[in-house]
Design a binder for this molecule. Structure first.
Ligand code: SAH
Length: 395
């Protein structure tokens, strides 16, 4: 078996059991491991510390499968990790109300590079790295055996695969999938999900817990849902008796799906106004028109894809937060999010604080938010925490 020997300077990192080994931490590679091949890992003084997958083209050269030098990476290893992940979801998800959730959250479930989401009787997988790609057949068989889904679909149509010398890929892996949309339940509400061409694996499962909180603030309120996608926050608000919801999204098909989701829940689309445009532009227009709202959610896409984009992203976040705060009636509430992994909660809070100051309004954080509990964060992998949010009260 091929192996890698780490530099002395990597010792402290090994103690922390971080699953990523960067190319700069490797002193020597023995053998000629192929892309995705499992290699044995040794410290600088030749102590074996475990096994990982080798990615010759990526800066993250090895992703650690296991820090147990005795643990061999065979079918049983994957079965054990998948069962562990499954038993956690059984504890935290009430499947009588919710049948769309994340079953495997990559590094945080001990399976670097693998995401598996459940949508009713279907599974949608993302294989981000050459390591999981190498074990794809085995992983699919185990998923099929444990979950017995009607179909397993792949949504590895992601650019990051290129860093791993893999082509973006999508298609049916097992069984059958419906030609059209899949109906799922989330906290008792119904949603249609497009697993083939929707964002991510089809739905923003990571916002489930926050959408539920949002509904508590919605009764009788005039709500603005910015970056509304298929209407997640809107449907919770309307189901809880919101007076009106205005949805803004640059994707017309997302807004059309939102309308279908509103109707699917027996709610009236006459209570929803859809604006198919750029949020930055519409918020300015609303400011000029002196419009106002009681409750606003800002859930933009990732503004910072890399560390170099943080400064520009911060300007974008400040801009929309400032505009939103000014549009709120006194006593209004803002739900504001950032899903950029490169922006910490501390920085995000500073950005919102800057917006609050410039607005001249009095703004208090009443709760800090994060991703839903089916997207756990392993403590040896802090990068797993990417979604940050604040509920702010604005006077
Ligand atoms: N809150 C949603 C998820 C939002 S995802 C939910 O709970 O499901 C981000 C959305 O922002 C996408 O639907 C995307 O089409 C939209 N979007 C991206 N940039 C935009 C922009 N500048 N203006 C309006 N919508 C935008």
């Amino acid at each position: 078996m091929s192996s890698v020997k780490l530099k002395k300077s990597a010792d402290s990192f090994i103690k922390r059991k971080h699953p990523w080994i960067f190319s700069g931490a490797i002193e020597k590679v023995d053998g000629n491991p192929a892309n995705g091949e499992t290699v044995q890992i040794f410290t600088s003084n030749k102590t074996p510390i475990g096994f990982g997958s080798f990615s010759p083209s990526s800066q993250i050269r090895v992703r650690v499968w296991s820090f147990n030098p005795e643990e061999i990476i065979v079918d049983e290893f994957f079965r054990k990790k998948i069962l562990l992940a499954h038993s956690l979801r059984e504890k935290i998800i009430d499947t009588s109300k919710t049948n769309a959730y994340r079953i495997i959250n990559a590094e945080s479930d001990g399976l670097p590079g693998l995401v598996v989401d459940r949508y009713s009787n279907y599974l949608v997988c993302q294989f981000f790295t050459s390591g999981v790609e190498a074990y794809k057949e085995i992983i699919i068989e185990i998923l099929n055996d444990i979950f017995k889904p009607t179909g397993i679909y792949e949504r590895s149509d992601v650019e990051v695969r290129i860093k791993e010398d893999l082509q973006p890929n999508q298609g049916l892996l097992k069984g059958t999938i419906p030609g059209d949309l899949i109906e799922v339940r989330e906290n008792g509400l119904k949603f249609l999900v497009d697993i083939k061409s929707g964002h991510k694996t089809g739905f923003y499962l990571d916002q489930r817990d926050n959408r539920e909180l949002f509904s508590e603030f919605s009764k009788g309120k005039n709500v603005l849902n910015c970056f509304s996608y298929s209407g997640g926050f809107s449907i919770y608000a309307l189901a809880s008796g919101a007076h009106k919801v205005t949805q803004i999204d640059s994707s017309l098909s997302a807004l059309e799906l939102a309308n279908r989701n509103i109707e699917l829940n027996g709610l009236s689309i006459s209570l929803a106004e859809n604006i198919n445009d750029d949020v930055f532009k519409v918020l300015r227009k609303f400011r000029d028109e002196r419009k106002s709202f009681d409750l606003i959610v800002l859930d933009p896409p990732k503004f910072a894809e890399s560390a170099s984009q943080v400064e520009n992203a911060a300007k974008g976040y400040k801009d929309i937060n400032l505009l939103a705060i000014k549009l709120l009636n006194p006593g209004g509430t803002l739900f504001t999010f950032s899903c950029s992994g490169h922006i910490s909660l501390e920085l995000f809070q500073k950005i919102v604080a800057g917006a609050a100051l410039d607005s001249g309004r009095e703004v208090k954080i009443i709760k800090q938010l994060t991703q839903s509990s089916d997207h756990p964060v392993a403590l040896n992998f802090p990068e797993g925490l990417y979604l940050k949010g604040l509920i702010c009260s604005v006077n």
